[in-house]
Design a binder for this molecule. Structure first.
Ligand code: CP
Ligand code: NVA
Length: 314
């Protein structure tokens, strides 16, 4: 990976990987590896001493909440968990006012919410960096950690092929953009009517073209997984879609990542899942708990990737 000394990300928002250059992403990955090593060596590193991150959650979370909070503590700072139920946002205070008020107190805001536009509005009015902790359209923190995990396991990113099998959701979008940025081929297989958003596919294809990679969207999981180095899936019903869960189980059944399907990937494929997972639905136990699964290293890397973000942005 190329490490350029001139990368400067202070004050920048992190709403989608589409807004970051290939060099900036590589810089963050490199920094994440450095911070991970420091952590594993028991080295104290507290550049965010005295700084506070506000974390707004309008949806539940295990990994995002814990990894951001622990990350801030390890870097010498502090994190505030703010559920929308407890904030005045829940009673109608505007996003714009919330952004301006929080800017008076804290050094950065992480938000997990529904509409992507809400995060954009928060960023527009906040004087401090805003980090997207998942929207209906994107999950860039997860995709950054995923790139880190793939790099650790495969030793490179460019030239690999990632196959995402399942719902054309926030993860599909984030992974397409991440792959496109680093020059990784990406194939998405979703049922008809559940493909990723056309606007995001178009954007990813454009970025991929600049980096010598391809983005393919198909309704055939076998086509997508052929020769894949990385096999990825996610839940069939995302947060906010719980009412559709039963209907989706039938529609998505042919897209289950199971032994028969992964046979078509490269022999040394690695399996990833952002978690939480539903074993027996989007993935079988033998695959997700098998030797080629890296899901816990992947979950762990949320901490290191996000620490790199926090150090760089705040
Ligand atoms: N992958 C992920 O974002 O997990 P949480 O929903 O637990 O934060
Ligand atoms: N697509 C899932 C990802 C969870 C991390 C959701 O939005 O619920």
């Amino acid at each position: 990976m190329n490490m350029t000394a001139t990368i400067q990300l202070k004050g920048k928002d992190f709403l989608t990987l589409a807004d970051y250059s290939k060099e900036e992403i590589e810089y963050l990955l490199h920094l994440a590896l450095e911070l991970k090593e420091k952590q594993q060596n028991g080295e104290r590193y507290t550049p965010l001493s005295g700084k506070t991150l506000a974390m707004i959650f309008e949806k539940p979370s295990t990994r995002t909440r814990v990894s951001f909070e622990v990350g801030m503590v390890q870097l010498g700072g502090h994190a505030l968990h703010l559920s929308s139920r407890d904030l005045q946002i829940g009673r109608g205070e505007t996003i714009a006012d919330t952004a301006r008020v929080l800017s008076e107190y804290v050094d950065g805001i992480m938000i997990r919410t529904f509409e992507h536009e809400k995060v954009e509005e928060l960023a527009q009015y906040a004087k401090i960096p805003v980090i997207n902790g998942l929207t209906d359209d994107d999950h860039p923190c997860q995709a950054l950690a995923d790139l880190l995990t793939i790099y650790e396991v495969k030793g490179k990113l460019q030239g690999l092929k990632l196959a995402y099998i399942g719902d054309g959701n926030n993860m599909a979008h984030a992974l397409m953009l991440a792959a496109a940025k680093v020059g990784m081929d990406c194939a998405i297989a979703s049922p008809k009517g559940y493909e990723p958003k056309e606007t995001i596919v178009k954007k990813a294809k454009h970025i991929a073209g600049e980096n010598g990679a391809t983005i393919v969207v198909t309704n055939d999981p076998y086509e997508a997984i052929a020769n894949a180095d990385v096999v990825y899936t996610d839940v069939w019903a995302s947060m906010g879609q719980e009412a559709e869960a039963n209907e989706r189980i039938h529609i998505f059944a042919p897209f289950q990542v199971n032994e028969a399907l992964v046979q078509q990937a490269k022999q040394d494929f690695m399996f990833l899942h952002c978690l939480p997972a539903h074993r027996g639905e989007e993935v079988t136990e033998d695959v997700i708990d098998g030797k080629q699964s890296y899901i816990f290293q992947q979950a762990g890397n949320r901490l290191h990737a996000q620490k790199a973000l926090l150090v760089s942005l705040l």
